[in-house]
Every structure is written in C-alpha cells, then in structure tokens.
Design a protein around this ligand. Structure first.
Ligand code: FAD
Length: 288
C-alpha cells in the first residue's frame, strides 16, 4: 500500500484498450481514478487505504462522448457533471439527470466529478442515481473479456457495493430517452440550497393521458443503503386518475415503503415523512 500520493503509481493509458490491458493483469491493475472528488477525500481521510496503483480513466477518449441513438442517449463514464448539465441532448431527453448534475457541489466539483465515478462510488447519497434509475437503462462495463450490459436497477448490490468485477471499468451508460409525452422532475432536500449533501433526493418520470397516470417511475436516495425505486407506489398509481385521492394514497405508501436510518444528516422519521411529501410534490406538479 502507498502512504502518500507521491508513492502511488498512477498510470495514464492513452485509450480504453490500454486501460483494459492494465486492468486484466493483477500486477498492473490499479484503482480506476476519474475526477478524484470522492477518492482523494477517502484516501486523505483514511476511509479507504491508499492503493499502490491507480489508473486514470478520465481522459480516455472512448469514455468522454454523449451520443444519441433512436431511443436512448449513450453517455460516456468520464462525462463530467458540467458536461451533463451543459449538454443539449441531456437537457432535452434526460432533464432530471441534467438538473441533478447541476446541484452537485460547486463548479469546481462539477468540472472534475464524473457520472462514472458517482455511480461506481455507490453512495446512497449520490445525486445522479435516482435520475438514472427512472430510465430503466443499462450500465455498460468492459474488460478484456468484452462488454457487459447491467440493468441499472441491478447495478448497486449493497452499501458501496456494485456488480462489477475487479478487472472491469464502466465505459458508458445507455439511458432511454424521455418520451415526447412524458415529463421528469428532480428534487433535492439538503440543509441549504448549494454545496449540500442530500438528506433525501429523488426523481420521477411520468406520463399522464386524459387525466389518468399512464406511467409513473420514482426513485429516492439517502433513505436506504442504496437508492431505491418505489415499486409499490408505482403500481399503486399506474392507471389511476390523477386526483387528490390518488396523491394522498401515494404519499402514505411512499412513507411506508422506505426504511431509512438516523445519521449525522437527518433522522429516519424525518426522511420517511419527506419521502411521502416528495412523492406528493411530484404528483401535484403533474397536475400543473
Ligand atoms: C466538496 C464536495 C462536494 C460534493 N458534493 C456532492 C453533491 O452535492 N452530490 C453528490 O452526489 N456528490 C457530491 N460529491 C461527491 C463526488 O463529487 C461525486 O460522487 C463524483 O461524481 C465522483 O466522481 P469522480 O469522477 O470524482 O470519481 P472518483 O473519485 O475518481 O472515483 C469514485 C469511485 O468510482 C470509481 N470509478 C471512477 N470511474 C470509474 C469507471 N469509469 N469505472 C469504474 N470505476 C470507476 C473509483 O475507483 C472510485 O471507487 C462531492 C464531493 C466533494 C469533494
């Protein structure tokens, strides 16, 4: 183990193929390092031991693009939060993700921190997770064995745990676009309006047709070891008229669906209540 940054051996591969080759061999494998906005803090504070080797992935050209297909956006893992909020494609087709990226830290963090780093860090307070989960998209990981698409809702397996193997890195995200008749909302509740880690945050994607809720997907973060989709709420409201009766039932169901903990940022009781209010807020916003 290294004990200072100077002792750490950091490789700067020129492209993805070189990076995967380094990751494939135990003797050259290193901790993927993107913006470093989580890792540097974790290493410096001792939360994580400093590894002997790191592999910079932030400058890999294959990880830095945003591409549009017929039904999805393919977003490279090294796209920064600033890149997300400034992308016309993301603003148009994944508006909740663009809004969430715009609330992360300040400009310095947004220009260094990446979507891949946020997702791989697997914190329940990672602000991008809800907006990614409501798309029902995929995380594409790669190794020398090839690429693998993991449904985003299966990617996080526990607190700071993911479905990635040791030699894999995230290369991109395939996130289905918001349909023309749909809307997305993002909401973050923290102790203040800027530079705040979330107490509770969430996103929804919805389609309302002739006053009935045709589709409702909602994901909430900071209320469980991983960010969660509120499936019971989704099932409860789908096909129902968008009215106060449905909204009140959804609010109660949402508060009951989550089992948060007390921690330094908030209490479990408050988080349950806020989850219900957040779902109510999303549905009321749909009413216009
Ligand atoms: C002052 C400050 C304020 C912050 N505010 C917020 C906030 O408001 N909201 C929020 O959500 N976060 C916040 N963060 C946390 C942080 O900015 C994000 O989680 C960021 O997106 C992490 O990305 P990164 O590129 O810096 O990751 P890194 O720190 O480089 O890496 C994080 C983890 O991801 C892994 N990793 C990185 N890229 C890949 C890849 N392509 N494939 C596989 N593994 C990979 C690393 O090995 C590591 O485990 C803040 C951090 C700081 C320091």
């Amino acid at each position: 183990m290294a004990t200072t940054f100077e002792e750490m051996n950091c490789a700067f591969p020129a492209n993805l193929a070189e990076a995967l080759k380094l990751m494939a061999d135990e003797r050259t494998r290193g901790r993927p390092l993107a913006g470093g906005t989580d890792l540097m803090v974790q290493w410096e504070s001792g939360v994580l031991p400093m590894p002997e080797r790191a592999i910079s992935v932030k400058h890999l050209p294959e990880l830095r693009t945003i591409e549009e297909t017929d039904d999805a956006l393919e977003i490279g893992a090294a796209v920064t939060h600033m890149g997300l909020r400034r992308s016309n494609l993301v603003v148009r087709y994944l508006p909740s993700l663009a809004d969430a990226a715009a609330t992360i830290g300040g400009y310095q963090i947004q220009t260094m921190g990446t979507i891949g780093g946020s997702v791989a860090n697997a914190s329940p307070a990672g602000d991008l997770a809800p907006s990614i989960m409501i798309t029902d998209g995929e995380v594409i990981v790669a190794s020398m064995r090839g690429e693998r698409a993991i449904p985003v809702n299966d990617f996080w397996t526990g607190y700071r745990e993911t479905d990635m193997a040791e030699d894999e890195i995230i290369v991109r995200f395939r996130l289905p676009k918001l349909p023309a008749e749909g809307v997305e909302f993002w909401r973050k509740l923290g102790p203040r309006k800027a530079q705040a880690i979330s107490k509770v945050m969430g996103s929804c994607r919805a389609i309302v047709e002739n006053g009935d809720i045709k589709q409702f997907r909602v994901a909430i973060g900071s209320v469980a070891p991983i960010c969660v989709r509120l499936r019971a709420v989704e099932e409860l409201v789908t096909g129902k008229p968008l009215n106060e009766e449905t909204i009140a039932a959804a609010e109660a169901c949402a508060a009951e669906s989550v089992k948060p903990i007390d921690d330094i940022r908030s209490t479990a009781e408050y988080r349950k209540w806020v989850t219900g209010r957040m779902v109510r807020g999303f549905l009321e916003q749909l009413l216009g």
